[in-house]
Design a protein around this ligand. Structure first.
Ligand SMILES: Cc1cc2nc3c(=O)[nH]c(=O)nc-3n(C[C@H](O)[C@H](O)[C@H](O)COP(=O)(O)OP(=O)(O)OC[C@H]3O[C@@H](n4cnc5c(N)ncnc54)[C@H](O)[C@@H]3O)c2cc1C
Length: 390
C-alpha cells in the first residue's frame, strides 16, 4: 500500500477544560449537562451544526420508553428531563397521556408505554439552550480528529474546524461520538457491528401555492436489501445514496397514490442512520442474559423498548477501558450485540451520558483515573436526581 507521512505541525493550545465531550447526540447532551451541573468546565465538540445526533439530524423522533411496559418507570434523571424537553414546544403523533396527561389514568400505564414523538428541530434548539444556560461551551462544526497522550492518559484533544487545527488541554474526555471514535484513537480494544440495514425517517407535506395542508411522518426499513458497515466510509456513502434514491421514489409513489403532484419531502436525514458501528470493549461487557441482575457499580437502569418486562442495571464499568481519563456513553458503551440493540436507544444513551458526566466531573476535580472515582459518590449524586442505582 502507498503511504505518505504528514509534516509535523505546531498547534496553539488555546483552551483547556475539565471535561471534553466529543459528540452532541443525546448521550453527549446528557454527559455535558451532568458534568456542568457538577461544576466542571465543559467543552462539547460537535462536528455538525446542531445538537441531537441521530435523534434530530437523523430524524429518529421517537423518545423510546422510560417504563417497562408493565406500568413502572425505571429511567429518571436527565432521561426524563430530556423526554419532557423534547416536547416542550409540542409533541408529534405520540403522547403518553397516562403518564403526562392532565388526567392521568394510572391503570392505563400497564399497556401504554412512557414514550413521546418529538419535533427534531424544536428538540435540537431546546437542548442547545439548556446546555448554554448550564454553561457548556459548545463548539459546532468541530470534529475531534486526534489525541495527544501522556502515558495512559489523554492530555490534549486535537480538533478541526473552520479555523483549521486546534488543541484543547483536557482533564477527562467522554466519547459520545456514537461510533467510539475517540476510544479508537486512544488505542482501546473495540468491537464492531457490520450488518446495519438501511432505514429512513422523515416528513412529507403537500403544498399548493403558498398554502400547506399539513404533513405526514413516515419511516421505512429495508431489511431485505444489503447490509452496511457503519465503520466504512464507502458503505456509509452507499447507504446515503440508496436512501436518497428511495426517498425520491417514495415521493413519486405517494404523489401517485394520493393523486397530488404537490407532495414534497420537507426533511431528510443529514447523518447516516447507522444503528450500531463500533463500541469499546470495556472493563465489563453487559449482555442481554443479565436481565434483572444487580450490580454494585450501577449507574442506572434501562428497560427493553422491544417488549414489556425486562429491566437491566447498567454497570459503571461498561463506560471505560484502559485509558485513565476516558469514558464512553451512548451507542458506544461496552455491550454484546444483543444488548447493543437495547442500550443504543435514546433513553439509555441519556442514562449512560448522565453517569459518565457525573463521573468525569469527579475524576477531573479529584485528579483521579475514571476507574478510581468512588462509585458510592457517583451513585449518591445520581440518586439525588432520582436515578435508581441498583
Ligand atoms: C434508523 C434508526 C432508527 C432508530 N429509532 C429509534 C427510536 O425510534 N427511538 C430511539 O430512542 N432510538 C432510536 N434509534 C437509536 C437512537 O436514535 C440512537 O442510537 C441514539 O440517538 C444515539 O445517541 P448517541 O448520542 O449515542 O449517538 P449519535 O446520535 O450518533 O450522536 C453522535 C454525535 O457525535 C457527533 N460526532 C461523531 N464523531 C465526532 C467527532 N469525531 N467529533 C465531534 N463530533 C462527532 C455526530 O455528528 C453526532 O451528532 C434509531 C437509530 C437508527 C439509526
Amino acid at each position: 500500500m502507498n503511504t505518505i507521512v504528514l509534516k509535523a505541525r505546531e498547534i496553539a493550545v488555546k483552551k483547556e477544560c475539565d471535561v471534553l465531550v466529543a459528540g452532541g447526540g443525546t448521550a453527549g447532551i446528557s454527559a455535558a449537562l451532568a458534568a456542568a451541573r457538577q461544576g466542571a468546565s465543559v467543552v462539547l465538540c460537535e462536528q455538525e451544526w446542531a445538537l441531537g445526533g441521530l435523534a434530530t439530524l437523523g430524524v429518529v423522533t421517537v423518545f423510546l420508553p422510560l417504563c417497562d411496559g408493565r406500568g413502572t418507570q425505571h429511567i429518571f434523571g436527565i432521561g426524563e428531563e430530556l423526554l419532557r424537553l423534547s416536547i416542550t414546544a409540542g409533541y408529534e403523533d405520540r403522547f403518553p397521556d397516562a403518564w403526562l396527561g392532565d388526567h392521568q389514568d394510572v391503570e392505563k400505564r400497564n399497556t401504554q408505554r412512557f414514550l413521546v414523538q418529538f419535533n427534531p428541530q424544536m428538540f435540537a434548539i431546546a437542548a442547545e439552550k439548556l446546555l448554554l444556560d448550564a454553561g457548556v461551551k459548545i463548539l459546532y462544526g468541530t470534529k475531534v480528529i486526534d489525541l495527544c497522550t501522556d502515558g495512559n492518559r489523554i492530555s490534549t484533544c486535537i480538533l478541526n474546524n473552520r479555523e483549521g487545527w486546534d488543541a484543547v488541554r483536557v482533564k477527562t474526555v467522554i466519547d459520545c461520538t456514537g461510533d467510539g471514535e475517540v476510544a479508537m484513537m486512544a488505542g482501546e480494544e473495540m468491537r464492531t457491528f457490520t450488518q446495519n440495514f438501511a432505514s429512513y425517517w422523515g416528513y412529507y407535506s403537500a403544498y399548493r401555492g403558498n398554502g400547506c395542508d399539513g404533513y405526514r411522518i413516515y419511516s421505512e426499513n429495508f431489511k431485505d436489501h444489503r447490509r452496511y458497515d457503519g465503520t466504512k466510509a464507502e458503505d456509509l456513502n452507499d447507504m446515503m445514496f440508496f436512501l436518497h434514491k428511495k426517498l425520491w421514489e417514495r415521493t413519486e409513489r405517494v404523489r401517485e397514490q394520493e393523486g397530488n403532484p404537490h407532495i414534497m419531502p420537507v426533511t431528510m436525514q443529514t447523518i447516516p442512520p447507522v444503528r450500531m458501528s463500533r463500541c469499546i470493549v470495556g472493563a465489563y461487557t453487559l449482555d442481554e442474559s443479565e436481565e434483572g441482575k444487580k450490580f454494585p457499580d450501577s449507574i442506572g437502569r434501562t428497560t427493553d423498548w422491544r417488549k414489556p418486562g425486562p429491566v437491566f442495571s447498567v454497570p459503571y464499568r461498561t463506560l471505560y477501558g484502559k485509558t485513565e481519563n476516558l469514558l464512553c456513553a451512548g451507542r458506544n458503551i461496552s455491550v454484546t450485540d444483543d444488548m447493543w440493540d437495547i442500550t443504543r436507544c435514546i433513553p439509555t444513551c441519556c442514562v449512560t451520558g448522565e453517569g459518565a458526566g457525573v463521573a468525569a466531573a469527579l475524576a477531573a476535580k479529584q485528579n483521579k483515573a475514571v476507574k478510581n472515582v468512588d462509585i458510592n459518590t457517583i451513585q449518591e449524586i445520581l440518586k439525588q436526581n432520582q436515578i435508581l442505582v441498583d
